[in-house]
Every structure is written in structure tokens, then in C-alpha cells.
Design a protein around this ligand. Structure first.
Ligand code: APR
Length: 234
């Protein structure tokens, strides 16, 4: 594929999934070595699991925090962050909770599935910190268990976050999807919004999946290799 001149596009959206972080060493969810082949999400990633055994769920998320902190953003993350500095309307819509885009320097990031770096109290709102361990497992004000501010299985996505993501995607004229298996809705339906706006749609994923036929072009390569070469330098 020829390189793309980003100046030809008004609004560019990068839509990322676990495959974006895979080359940094963060495991994907599905496929070989995927998190859900090692851990049952029913025990670690749903409201019932948290209600039944909050300590077990919080410990699991602390392990994930430690694992993510040991990883570094790669050249693909850097390419997106650099483009955001050169182009006024670049947006990342991510299903990832690991904060890698922000660590690479991206500022316009919509986190659809929440963040590993935040906790929320049912009464006293959201707190955030970065470190392998959470600062505390219970709210200092009311003593409630703090819940990872993550969209787990069975949760409803935050409506404000959803609306912002859909608005960005409906507006874009270049949509680049990277490293998502396209099976978890509603995010899996997002490429259709870009198509409805006649955006040029590009997929970066070493493997094809059910959504691949929606894209105008598919790069069967990894995020870390394909992204730095995708755009002309200006
Ligand atoms: N570069 C690009 N894509 C890659 C790479 C890579 N280096 N390595 C793997 N992939 C692709 C895989 O081929 C797969 O299609 O990344 C995709 C990862 O798919 P999933 O593990 O299903 O991740 P994702 O689509 O982000 O999952 C969606 O499911 O469990 C939930 O909430 C969790 O946000 C997650 C959601």
C-alpha cells in the first residue's frame, strides 16, 4: 500500500484493540496466549465476581497493572502520538485499558472500556493513580470497596464516552483500525459508522476476522511495523 498523506484528511480516527499493545508485551484477550484462555473472566472481570470476592478481583487487576508497567509503548504508539502533534484532528478511540497511548504522548484518547489506572467508589466518585498496587482497596471517605473503573463483561458502556466515540467516528474521513478481533459489541460495530460517512477504512491486523471485509484496505502486518510506515512525513 502507498503511504498516506494525512493532510488530505480532515478527521482521522485510530480505533485500537488489544493487538495494538501486543508488541509492547501486553497479552491480548483472545487467541494464542490470550488472557481469557488463562483466566476465567467470570472469576475476575464481571460485577458478580467483584461482589463475591473483591480482594481476589483487585489482586488480579494489580497483577495486570504490574504487567503493563513492565511494558513500554512501541513505534506504532509513537507514530500516532507524533501525528497528533502535526495534525489538528487526530483522535484515538481505544478498547484498551492499559494507558499505552497516553504514555506514548497521545492526548486525544477516548477509553471505551475504562482504565486500569482508575478506581471508583459507588458514592464518592473516581480516583486515579499509577503504580503496580492500588493506593488503597477501600474508599477513605466511606469505607466501600473500590471497584476498578473498567467496563467488565455484562457492564453497560458509559453513555457519554460512547457518544463521544461515535461522534468522532461518524465525523472522520480516515478510519484506521488496529489490532481488534471485532467480536465485542458495541465497539465491534464502530467500523460501520465510519463506512456510513464514506471514510477511507484501513485495518492493521496480522489476521483476518469477521469484520475484515468492511475495510477498504487490510494490512496483514503488526501495529509496530505498519504504523510508522503508513504516513508520509511532512
Ligand atoms: N498488531 C496488530 N494486531 C495484532 C497484533 C499486532 N502485533 N497481535 C495480535 N493482533 C490482533 C489479533 O489478530 C486479534 O485480532 O489483535 C486482535 C486482538 O483481539 P482481542 O484479544 O479479542 O482484543 P480486542 O478486540 O481488543 O478485545 C475487545 O474484549 O475482553 C474484552 O474488554 C476486553 O477490550 C477488550 C475487548
Amino acid at each position: 500500500m502507498k503511504t498516506i498523506d494525512p493532510r488530505q484528511y480532515e478527521h482521522i480516527v485510530f480505533f485500537t484493540g488489544a493487538g495494538m499493545s501486543a508488541e509492547s508485551g501486553v497479552p491480548t484477550y483472545r487467541g494464542r496466549g490470550g488472557l481469557w484462555s488463562q483466566y476465567r473472566w467470570e472469576e475476575y472481570a464481571c460485577e458478580d465476581a467483584f461482589a463475591g470476592d473483591p480482594k481476589k478481583v483487585l489482586k488480579f487487576h494489580e497483577l495486570r497493572r504490574a504487567a503493563v508497567l513492565a511494558c513500554q509503548p512501541h513505534a506504532g504508539h509513537a507514530a500516532i502520538a507524533t501525528l497528533e502533534k502535526q495534525h489538528p484532528r487526530v483522535m484515538v478511540v481505544t478498547q484498551n485499558i492499559d494507558g499505552m497511548h497516553q504514555r506514548a504522548g497521545s492526548g486525544n484518547v477516548i477509553e471505551l472500556h475504562g482504565s486500569l489506572w482508575r478506581l471508583r467508589c459507588p458514592d464518592d466518585g473516581i480516583s486515579g493513580d499509577i503504580g503496580a498496587k492500588y493506593k488503597g482497596w477501600k474508599c477513605e471517605k466511606c469505607g466501600s470497596w473500590l471497584r476498578p473503573d473498567i467496563v467488565w463483561f455484562g457492564d453497560i458502556l458509559d453513555q457519554g464516552v460512547m457518544s463521544a466515540a461515535i461522534a468522532a467516528i461518524r465525523r472522520c474521513d480516515l478510519f484506521v483500525s488496529i489490532g481488534t478481533s471485532g467480536v465485542v459489541y458495541p465497539a465491534a460495530g464502530f467500523p460501520r459508522f465510519a463506512k456510513e460517512n464514506h471514510a477511507r477504512c484501513i485495518e492493521i491486523n496480522p489476521e483476518a476476522n469477521e469484520m475484515s471485509s468492511l475495510y477498504d484496505e487490510s494490512l496483514r502486518d503488526t501495529a509496530g511495523r505498519a504504523l510508522p510506515e503508513l504516513f508520509v512525513q511532512f
